[in-house]
Design a protein around this ligand. Structure first.
Ligand SMILES: C[S@@+](CC[C@H](N)C(=O)[O-])C[C@H]1O[C@@H](n2cnc3c(N)ncnc32)[C@H](O)[C@@H]1O
Length: 209
């Protein structure tokens, strides 16, 4: 699985490689201490892309641990290099399909906040089953959220947001929270582009009950 980094000629391990969390066992949930050496509340950025939001959050909240989940190799590499370059101690990245991570890899009841920011909208009807926010996602997420853990979602895509609203309304074990304007919540890389195009941003915040 670990193929993100080339070994240096000296045989030395690229420090960026240490940022990637590669589970020892893909068929058992990882103990938290395998992901982060220190104990701290965990926030996950699901579909973290190139990691701009992840890094900004980690710098703002040094007392929390941050795990990015991303399936694209190039983006995972970029996050790892950025984290090393900026010397951010509280970030790791897991290269995996989110559904699998939630169901089989992440520790149960471990996540204080899950961020799902600008997930791919899959606008064509026959692609909609690929959308991340689905009944099964909400169910699996419930298992890994800690008591009172939160889900925060943002999208620029109105049809997808309407779809999400239906999924969120019937998800069991959550309550909806207000999410007033929060200038401390970093803008993501994709959000910056959407804002520059003048697109509206839709958002939802829920808490596990
Ligand atoms: C539109 S981008 C948004 C990236 C970032 N959150 C932002 O706002 O800048 C969506 C990201 O989610 C990743 N992604 C999509 N589906 C995924 C999945 N099922 N598991 C892991 N990553 C996924 C994509 O590779 C992509 O990097």
């Amino acid at each position: 699985m670990r193929a993100a980094f080339r070994e240096k000629e000296s045989g030395e391990v690229d420090p960026a490689e240490k940022i990637e969390f590669v589970p020892a066992d893909y068929f058992a949930r990882a103990p938290m201490r395998d992901i982060f050496e220190r104990e701290a509340p965990l926030q996950v950025d699901i579909g973290c892309g190139e990691g701009g939001f992840l890094e900004a959050m980690a710098v703002k909240h040094p007392g929390h641990n941050f795990l990015g989940i991303e399936r694209l190799l190039g983006r995972v590499r970029k996050v790892c290099r950025g984290v090393v370059h900026n010397k951010i101690p509280n970030v790791r990245v897991l290269r995996i399909e989110t559904a699998y991570a939630l169901r089989y890899v992440l520790p149960l009841e471990s996540v204080a906040v899950a961020h799902v920011l600008f997930p791919d909208p899959w606008p064509k009807r026959h692609h909609q089953p690929r959308r991340l926010i689905q009944d099964g996602f909400m169910e699996a997420l419930h298992g890994i959220l800690a008591d009172g853990g939160e889900l925060r979602i943002k999208t620029d895509d109105e049809p997808y947001f309407l779809w999400m609203e239906k999924v969120l309304a019937k998800a069991k074990g959550y309550e909806r929270l207000d999410w007033p304007d929060d200038p401390e919540y970093p803008i993501t890389d994709f959000e910056r582009r959407f804002l520059a195009q003048g697109l509206p941003i839709y958002r939802a915040r829920l808490r596990k009950v």
